[in-house]
Design a protein around this ligand. Sequence first.
Ligand code: ZN
Length: 236
Amino acid sequence: MTAKNSADSALVLFSGGQDSTTCLAWALARFAWVETVGFDYGQRHAVELEARVRILAAVHSRFPQWSDRLGEDQLLALDVLKQIGGSALTDATKIEMGRDGLPTSFVPGRNVLFLTAAAALGYRRGIADLVGGMCETDFSGYPDCREKTITATAEALTLALDRRVTVHTPLMYIDKGQTWALAEELGGRALVDLIIEETVTCYEGDRVHRHDWGYGCGVCPACDLRAKGYARYTGA
Ligand code: ZN
């Protein structure tokens, strides 16, 4: 099945994490037809990619209001990022502050590459609206999460494809506590529970240690942000 009406369709960049799952719900609440795309870029932890499949199945089974709108999922290989290497997300490197002033978890070019691949897929599928979880509120300083970068990339893609490309970033100016609240607003407690049980945010890919905010090592920067956000959301 392809997009029914391109003006009312969206393609969500869906990694299986908390942010992109919230973006998926945001898109399902707004667009009549929603497709998803994920990227296998040689990330160290395949658990993220497994989480994607479980979350999409759960949307179909637990959210009847969205099930009919959720269309095809694609997983694209972008292993060029792994070949380039040098990031703690693709190599066995410790997450710490790098000499460039950014955490070693920074993957140079990742979001621009992801948006380019998503826009190209959208071109083929007749979808001009992309949705991504980029956020500059608690973005660890990643320059490719800034709104300015995303807007400029959308402009470049619109020129490159000679067709409108819009990138929606519903999380751009909210923090992790507000992201939990947005999930509840969109999908009620059922969506919050799904995010807790199934999404993977942890840089170590930990699915062993269960906290009130979900699974994770509890100490990496991603777990730290997620835990603090959950505490703010619940008022703990
Ligand atoms: Zn962690």
